[in-house]
Design a binder for this molecule. Structure first.
Ligand SMILES: Nc1ncnc2c1ncn2[C@@H]1O[C@H](COP(=O)(O)OP(=O)(O)OP(=O)(O)O)[C@@H](O)[C@H]1O
Length: 290
């Protein structure tokens, strides 16, 4: 399987935060969801991917090309949706098109007008009068009208109502019907990933904890429920983190198989949601080898 992106030992430090020796890859032809708590390093990683930030060390290849040597050629093949509005808001879509289209050799007006119509966006109205949902649709419109192979989005569904969110996800589905396309997007809304993501990359305090197939992840991890007297210093170490109540404990394991070997039928193991995995991982440190 080909990788569209390879991060190799990438490091970036700010005064109070570091992306620490980050290595992961993004598979061609799939949707990868990028999750992590507030401040975990998602936007920083995406900015490094877009070459908008200078890395301290390591290297990044995109389409097999070194990012620093082939910046322009790479950008031509990427569609980027940023989480903040970065367009001049006194301009209309028609005026923006005149500025943005010449930047891309492969700009496709047929595609542009197809999506403009599909998104029901007004062409001549200044964008400052647009709702948040309309602005997001417009950002997507400009990101995909040069028919990019790889689409990167920083929280495309944040702040959108459920109907708009569903529309954005439907659009991503439509794009993915072309098996050559790849999408990488960050989100806090893990249920969106249940609908669309094939792979999940999880960042926690500047470190990548895993980058795995979603289905595989949901089989390896489990929510374990049992009686508090099963817990002692040794058994507690088997869990990512534990929540104890008067009636028993609930914990996350990252190794369902090992948990079954240790506890047998004495515990109940349920399939976790991505939200469960994020919640418990933020509470504790990983104790099992991933
Ligand atoms: N230019 C910068 N200078 C100093 N610190 C920065 C800079 N950019 C980001 N940071 C810090 O790096 C950390 C990670 O920020 P980042 O925006 O990557 O997180 P995030 O996972 O995208 O968070 P969120 O989900 O809240 O958007 C934060 O503590 C942030 O304050």
């Amino acid at each position: 399987m080909t990788n569209v992106v390879e991060f190799n030992n990438v490091t970036k430090s700010f005064k109070n935060f570091s992306l620490d020796d980050v290595s992961f890859s993004i598979k061609k032809g799939y949707v990868t969801g990028f999750i992590g708590a507030n401040g975990a390093g998602k936007s920083t990683t995406i900015k490094l991917l877009m070459n908008l930030l200078r890395k301290d060390s390591g290297n990044i290849t995109i389409f097999g090309l070194d990012q620093d040597k082939h910046n322009q050629a790479i950008k031509e093949r990427i569609g980027f949706v940023y989480d903040e509005n970065c367009f001049y808001d006194t301009l209309s879509i028609r005026e923006l098109r005149k500025i943005i289209a010449p930047m891309y050799q492969k700009w496709n007006d047929n595609l542009f007008y197809k999506y403009l119509d599909q998104f029901s966006l007004p062409e001549k109205q200044p964008i400052k009068g647009f709702s948040k949902g309309m602005k997001m649709k417009m950002a997507i419109l400009f990101a995909i009208s040069h028919d990019p192979e790889f689409i990167i989005m920083d929280e495309p569904t944040s702040g959108l109502d459920p109907v708009f969110r569903r529309e954005v996800l439907e659009l991503l589905h439509e794009i993915m019907l072309d098996e050559q396309k790849t999408i990488f997007f960050s989100t806090h809304i893990t249920t969106d990933l249940d609908r669309i993501a094939d792979y999940i990359t999880y960042i926690h305090k500047g470190k990548i904890l895993f980058s795995k197939e979603r289905e595989e992840l949901l089989t390896e991890y489990g929510i374990v429920k049992g009686s508090n007297d099963l817990l002692d210093r040794d058994t507690e170490k088997e869990f990512v983190s534990i929540r104890k109540t008067n009636v028993g404990f609930e914990a996350l394991t990252s190794c369902v198989k090992k948990t079954k070997d240790i506890f047998g039928d004495e515990v109940l193991i349920e399939k976790p949601s991505l939200e469960d995995i994020m919640y418990y991982t933020n509470k504790g440190d990983l104790t099992c080898t991933l």
